[in-house]
Design a protein. Structure first.
Length: 137
């Protein structure tokens, strides 16, 4: 569902049955890491249970109009930046709901994370797994 600069990053296991995105090389501050894409659809939030939970969690929220959510749904298996994990202290940011840039210099081997709360319109309602554990995503 995305473009990822595979010269800079790789997807690998980070916890039991969980993947993350990691720097393969030093990434400069403000460097483009990747961007999201997919099939644009309008989801009626009153009927979102009609969508497979996996694909719903992988959707990228673009705009909310009443109970209608415009989002991008993956057209194939997730890869690259689709595996970005949440952090309250992210190493990267999502601009214009699509583009992933480094917040600061990211060193080789470091996990690349984003703050889901800055670009998700519909909260997931789960506790954050950051060391703080204070936020709800």
């Amino acid at each position: 569902m995305s473009y990822t600069n595979t010269q800079l990053v790789e997807v690998r296991d980070c916890r039991d049955e969980h993947k993350g995105v990691f720097a393969k090389a030093t990434i400069r501050q403000d460097e483009l890491i990747g961007f999201f894409d997919g099939k644009a659809v309008i989801v009626d939030l009153d009927r979102k249970d009609e969508f497979d939970a996996f694909w719903w969690r992988q959707s990228l929220h673009l705009r909310l109009d009443g109970t209608k959510l415009l989002c991008l749904l993956p057209q194939w298996e997730p890869d690259g930046v689709d595996f970005l994990n949440h952090s309250c202290r992210p190493t990267a940011r999502v601009e214009d709901k699509l583009y992933v840039y480094a917040n600061r210099t990211i060193e080789t081997g470091e996990e690349i994370t984003v703050d889901y709360r800055t670009f998700n319109i519909i909260p997931e309602g789960i506790r954050c797994w950051c060391p703080d554990g204070r936020c709800v995503i």
